[in-house]
Design a protein. Structure first.
Length: 183
């Protein structure tokens, strides 16, 4: 039977992986790909990785029924529950040769969650830097005390704190009220 491109179904599964679970995710993906290859109507799979534990898995099936049957298969449902223990997910299915998907990204993160995590990180860092700078420059005017404080704080945030903060909190800050990733 020939494949009609307009009937082809694409499933995109996006996952934000908790820091420290990258190897578990790699093993999980390998098993998922094996399960997909054995499914009726399976055509191909592609894995797209982003920085700091963000992954997108694309699966193509010959039609929507084959894609829906695969996703509803009890083995797939049980296997997805394993990954739900160490990642947050969003699965989308589209049919047709020109399927379009909205992918979750850091831009879709919850603003209040990003605020809370950033503030909880910045406040103690700012407190330590301010105390250290003031002890060294105690007689200097406030603007001169703030100059090294702001340079140190900005450098620490840019190169040390924010990359780690994103890695460790991405799965949570991108999670919507439904528990799924937001687009």
């Amino acid at each position: 039977m020939s494949i009609d491109p307009e009937q082809t179904a694409t499933i995109v599964v996006s996952r934000a992986i908790r820091a420290g679970y990258e190897d578990d995710f790699d093993r999980w993906v390998k098993t998922l790909a094996d399960l997909a290859r054995s499914a009726p109507g399976y055509r191909c799979a592609i894995r797209l990785g982003q920085t700091a534990g963000f992954q997108h898995l694309l699966f193509r099936f010959e039609d929507r029924d084959a894609a829906d049957r695969w996703q509803a298969d009890p083995r797939i449902v049980a296997h997805n529950r394993i990954a739900d223990g160490f990642s947050t997910t969003l699965a989308q299915t589209r049919t047709g040769d020109n399927a379009a998907f909205e992918l979750p990204s850091d831009a879709t993160a919850s603003k209040w969650k990003r605020f809370v995590t950033t503030w909880l990180t910045v406040f103690p860092l700012l407190l330590v830097i301010s105390v250290l700078v003031r002890s060294v420059l105690r007689d200097a005017p406030i603007p001169l005390q703030l100059l090294p404080s702001s340079v140190l704080l900005t450098a620490m945030l840019q190169w040390v704190v924010l990359p780690r903060l994103q890695r460790y909190t991405r799965f949570w800050v991108l999670q919507g009220e439904s528990g799924k990733l937001q687009t």
